[in-house]
Design a protein around this ligand. Structure first.
Ligand SMILES: Cc1cc2nc3c(=O)[nH]c(=O)nc-3n(C[C@H](O)[C@H](O)[C@H](O)COP(=O)(O)OP(=O)(O)OC[C@H]3O[C@@H](n4cnc5c(N)ncnc54)[C@H](O)[C@@H]3O)c2cc1C
Ligand code: SF4
Length: 325
């Protein structure tokens, strides 16, 4: 598999990066940002919607700041694993992403903005051509989606990155910048129910950092992940349960999932079980309500039925700390 040709831009500052992105956008030339390249470059080798320009953020040191409440987009995942200042839940989730080698290159921004995945799409060009493409393949064929048949308007490729649910449970906001200015929003509002556009980023816009609220340190939690190979695989299902207060009597509760749909989801229904907290019975009710809320489709390794069943198991496992007094 040969890398398609592209022009690589390597700005040294954020202003320089925005000037390049502005010039390319104004002249209607498509481009991708690249951070660690652990997802984008394999996708380019498979000729998955490669662009003729790529802007690397590797030299933009302004994006690498890390503190307990500020996580720069270019912070490496392994730095989160080894950091003593970031929230323990973030370190734990990071340690479950890919392998150490990939985490030394892979970044927070790349993880949050990871492309959605589907076994009809993440294949070689020859393979995709042999099935006459699918709607997400940018080849102008007008092909249908292979998962939701007889339509070429909707893509339900799966979001399979690990970090987002933990950051959502801790109340993170995501900060964006473009030549037109800056904006921010709750991370749960960043993603879009469309496997092609994926999120609210506009042409030329990038993620600069994530911010955690001061009270994030008062939350505890756990992440449980289902994957094909423990060594390095993407989540087939991932559940974060986070709570405030002592385990035996939580005063607030949040649950978020990944790997089960087009977007990661912060489940608003989770806190309802707090009204009548009864320990194990409440955890059982919580796990069943999350199982019912997720609706995976058949486009990753394991079957939707198995993934849905495992969501209940994972939710219970991630809730163990809630039962410790
Ligand atoms: C074998 C293998 C196993 C993997 N396992 C996992 C796993 O278990 N869990 C998991 O979550 N991921 C996994 N990954 C995917 C990937 O390694 C990680 O998600 C990593 O965090 C991606 O970061 P990156 O910096 O390399 O992203 P890149 O490849 O550089 O970029 C990924 C995407 O994000 C965009 N992007 C990057 N930075 C920004 C920014 N600041 N603003 C806007 N857009 C941006 C790029 O344009 C691109 O579309 C795996 C990859 C491989 C090859
Ligand atoms: S969900 Fe449909 S359109 Fe999207 S990548 Fe899969 S087959 Fe293609």
């Amino acid at each position: 598999m040969r890398m398609p040709p592209f022009s690589l831009h390597t700005p040294r500052t954020l202003d320089e990066a925005l000037a390049i992105s502005g010039a390319l956008t104004d002249s209607d030339q498509k481009f991708d940002w690249v951070a660690g390249g652990t997802d984008l470059l394999p996708n380019y080798k498979w000729h998955l919607n490669a662009k003729s320009h790529v802007i690397s953020l590797a030299r933009v040191s302004e994006l690498s700041k890390l503190s307990d409440t500020h996580i720069g987009a270019m912070v490496r995942l392994q730095d989160l694993v080894e950091s003593e200042t970031v929230h323990p839940l973030i370190s734990h989730v990071s340690s479950k992403i890919a392998s150490v080698m990939l985490r030394r290159s892979g970044t927070v921004g790349g993880n949050i903005c990871l492309d959605t995945r589907c076994f009809w799409f993440n294949q070689s060009e020859e393979w995709r051509e042999s099935i006459d493409w699918c709607h997400k393949c940018d080849c102008g064929s007008g092909a249908n989606c292979r998962v939701i048949a007889n339509q070429n308007e909707r893509c339900v490729a799966t979001y399979q990155a690990d970090l987002a649910p933990a950051l959502m449970c801790l109340g993170a906001s995501v900060h964006l910048t473009s030549p037109r200015g800056t904006r921010s929003m709750a991370l749960s509002e960043f993603f879009q129910e469309d496997g092609i556009t994926k999120n609210v980023l506009e042409p030329g816009e990038l993620v600069t950092h994530l911010k955690l609220p001061i009270d994030a340190s008062e939350w505890k939690g756990d992440y449980q992940k289902l994957r094909q190979r423990e060594a390095w695989d993407f989540p087939e299902a991932g559940v974060v349960v986070a709570w405030k207060g002592e385990g035996g009597s939580p005063i607030d509760l949040r649950v978020a999932t990944t790997g089960l749909g087009v977007v990661p989801v912060l489940h608003q229904e989770a806190s309802a079980v707090l009204d009548h907290w009864e320990g194990e019975a409440s955890v059982e009710a919580l796990a069943e309500s999350i199982r019912k809320a997720v609706k995976p489709v058949l486009n990753t390794w394991f079957s939707p039925t198995y993934r849905r069943k495992m969501v209940k198991v994972l939710t219970k496992r991630a809730s163990r700390g809630l039962l410790v007094r």
